[in-house]
Ligand binder design. Sequence first.
Ligand SMILES: Cc1cc2nc3c(=O)[nH]c(=O)nc-3n(C[C@H](O)[C@H](O)[C@H](O)COP(=O)(O)OP(=O)(O)OC[C@H]3O[C@@H](n4cnc5c(N)ncnc54)[C@H](O)[C@@H]3O)c2cc1C
Length: 544
Amino acid sequence: MYEVTNQPPPLEPYNLWRTDRVLREALVREKAGWAADELNALGKALGEAETIRLGFAANAHPPVLHAFDRYGHRIDEVEFHPAWHALLTLAVGAGLHCSPWAAPGAGAHVARAAGTFMLAQIESGVYCPIAMTYGAVPALRQAPATAAEWLPRICTRQYDPRFRPATEKTGVLLGMAMTENQGGSDLRTNTTQAEFRGSDGPRHLFRLTGQKWFMSAPMCDAFLVLAQAKGGLSCFLVPRWTRDGERNGIHLLRLKDKLGNRSNASSEVEFAGAEGELIGEEGRGIPTIIEMSNYARLDCAIGSAGLMRQAVAQAIHHASYRVAFQKKLIDQRLMTNVLADLALESEAATALIMRLARAYDEGDEAALIWRRVMTPAAKFWICKRAPLLVAEAMEVLGGSGYVEECVMPRLYREAPVNSIWEGAGNIMCLDVLRALERMAGAAELLLGELSDAAHAEKRVQAVVTRLQRKLSARDWKDESQARAIGRDLVLGMQAALLLAQAPPAVADAFCDSRLGAESDGTFGALPAAVQCRAIVERAAPIPQ
Ligand SMILES: Cc1cc2nc3c(=O)[nH]c(=O)nc-3n(C[C@H](O)[C@H](O)[C@H](O)COP(=O)(O)OP(=O)(O)OC[C@H]3O[C@@H](n4cnc5c(N)ncnc54)[C@H](O)[C@@H]3O)c2cc1C
């Protein structure tokens, strides 16, 4: 009879928290050690075989749009597979959509970042409404009366999937709609119109008419929407149900057939006189909704770092069992080099997103600069590196990594989207330049941090010198250099973080391979002196 040999056991069940030393260390370092017990429970729940299967099921059974009922009435409902709801129940139950707002305090954003980092590894589709709800809160607060009504329902840990007016629900989720067919990056081209209908105390009510080319998670309870009012482009909260308890004029036209992120629905939508409330000042729509986008960009970086961690965990796990040429793959020197290099990339991404999340917990000048400059920089670089890393990690599994029973194809399909939505790579890098130009002292502060690291490690000095040259008055406005600046800022900062925190073997190898003259982005080309084995052991998904 056919005997199956030389195949690894599946990486399940396993506790995503207990098997991730880098994440655990970062949590303590970034001042959220108090959250370890809750994250341990979440890591265990996410790594149960049943939860892992939910991730597969939610993607194998994508959402279905029911624009009309059987009689021809518009209903604009999207039906999701039960696995989607089960995963959202878990994520909302862990407070990943709201915890820093429901229980603010030192380390609150860091703790949440650790949780969403783990969620992204098991299923990224549900991360979308979780991230949008989290990001919507600071924008919503710009309309205090509206916020007072919505926040109590956002800040619960009960997922309520019923399609009912928000007033009847125990918990709500929020989405956003900015992108229109003719332009997503250049939001000033938005044509959706908002007509003033009257005020109810401090609340200003409008009717919205127009189209949006992308509106994800359309079964959310309300959306932050950009539309043109008399005073200019403005931000509105548009709920699925009107204040009178009728279905609002939000017509879902079709769902996108997407490369990845398939468990999640992304709709094209028409606002047919939809009721909305003004959020923030009329004419200040972009600054208002950008509040939301910043948090969502942080989440893109966290999500991509999570995808990388999952890919590395799967690759090391596989290589620990699979034998070729009489040796385990993990013991083949060239494979150890590849695995170590992947682990370096993943550790650097994890360290950066956790440090960045701390900037959202703090309110001093350095924190504001980190948020404003390093958020788009980190989103650019980490989201760009993820598809490359996932492809390489997939190859570690050989042919088994290419088939749909394995999580790798899902990670691979998922990886590019974080780089596109919430502002694509170029837009992020141009935003880095804009922030550096507009925020007095930002360049000096960040270069100062890098220079401190350069005292300890001269390879960082090369990055500092390059950045100083590019940020000099002469090059300041040269947009063609924006990616180079974004990359150098991130690589320099990742090196600085690893030098301060990681074992010398990790920091050293990172500086050698990312800052050195030979670095060209190829994984598995670490210099011979690098302690690859120690780096791989540190990243192995086994309880440590
Ligand atoms: C799966 C998915 C879900 C989405 N969900 C939502 C959602 O829920 N809500 C929402 O509002 N949007 C959503 N989007 C839309 C997304 O945010 C936009 O696609 C994105 O912002 C880019 O806009 P665009 O597609 O119009 O591309 P464009 O704006 O046409 O940009 C195309 C390319 O040109 C580059 N570019 C643009 N301007 C410049 C410049 N000045 N210099 C150099 N390069 C430039 C960009 O970086 C990009 O690479 C979603 C997209 C996807 C793929």
